[in-house]
Design a protein around this ligand. Sequence first.
Ligand code: DX5
Ligand code: ZN
Length: 213
Amino acid sequence: MILSPSLLSADFGNLQRDIEMLNASECDWLHVDVMDGLFVPNISFGQPVIKHIKKHARKPLDVHLMIMDPGRYVGSFKEAGADILTVHYEACTHLDRVLHAIKDAGMKAGVVLNPGSPVSLMEDTVQLCDLVLLMSVNPGFGGQKFIENTYNKVRQLRDLCNRKNPECLIEIDGGVNLQNAHLLVEAGADALVAGNAVFASPDPMATIKAMKQ
Ligand code: DX5
Ligand code: ZN
């Protein structure tokens, strides 16, 4: 299981300290949430901050774009240091083109589905994906409650991937914690994002270790 702690819940005044903690921990990727205040109600940070994150991070940056028309910025997120770039199905008019652009730029490409978007929307693009991310909360904020229907969607997506792209990873984002992590893996998830569960815990390194087990 791949664990990708979300920096959205880190201390923005002490990002370097929190990144170094993640470097020393058992986590696999660093999840980086970009929000534009339009696709989602919140605004987080963009490429200039990611460049600084990249300077300190010793693990791949898993960049989740919650922005409208993300194809406009594929090149600049590559330049900022993204290793994996995920874009929302709901934010792209020409998803096939955007996925090709991400791969041509040398990054791993992923599509994100909101809780209200069915897995069947991925029938014609899952072949182009290195990963598909299922949102298990409505995106925009950390610390929200996990939506239980996600388990059904993980199983449906696993079937779809088995049929069309067995290499494709399934990632889950939102409300993931020590209680539901193993259930998600059992349902077929390969990668889990965790923000609040890691950073609001008394000992984030120990929580990461516990989640990995
Ligand atoms: C939500 C973001 C998530 C968020 C997860 O819009 O995409 O990555 O940071 O945070 P938790 O784990 O606290 O739900
Ligand atoms: Zn995210």
